[in-house]
Write a protein that binds this ligand. Sequence first.
Ligand code: HEC
Length: 203
Amino acid sequence: MKRKMIVAVAMAAAIGAGATTAIAHGGASGVVKERMDSMEALGDAMKELTAMMRGQQDYGAERVRSLAATIESHGGEALTRLFPKDSLDHPSEALPAIWSDWDRFSALSDQLSAYARALAAAADNPRPSGGAQGGMMGRGQGQGQGMMQGQGVMGGGMMGGGMMGGGQGPTAEMLAQMPPDGVFFHLADTCSACHQSFRKKQN
Ligand code: HEC
């Protein structure tokens, strides 16, 4: 009898905890929830690509193309249609600047799809081998590290100096000729550029 009680209490606690997490994570509904889910899918794809680029997971061109296709499908029109005017319901982290600077917002959204396509096109290009990162980042050692640091200064002038201004980066055609690692960098830069302008600060 007593045992049953304890189990019941434990179960209630577990269910309760689950519910709390769900609320903490979202409480979002409608189009806000839809775009958060879409962004989560982008995040998952980028996480796996990051692991491959850093050598924490085996590189597979086929897998890269598949992840790139996922990203492409969430960009462009598919992304912008999830931002109807002034849709800022709690707990959205979107900024009103989206609608006052819609041209740039949609340009970045288009760029996301274009760069994802470029990554798919570049998936079989030769990669900088092993520990030597070649000239890609202008530094010779520490593959993973170069990548990390590169991301840290995203848009800060090392590679993407022009990005911050008008959402202009290299063309997708140029990128398709690069090592996939380089295309990935520019793709990640596109995520950051949009978040920097159009999403509340996370910390
Ligand atoms: C065109 C602009 C734009 C681009 C490009 C973009 N995002 Fe976002 N992202 C946003 C906005 C705006 C939000 C906030 C949405 C909200 O809270 O209503 C957001 C939110 C997110 C979130 C948080 C979702 C949540 O559950 O709160 C993640 C994760 C994310 N983006 C990942 C990515 C990744 C990864 C990429 C690149 C592959 C990317 N985004 C590209 C605009 C963009």
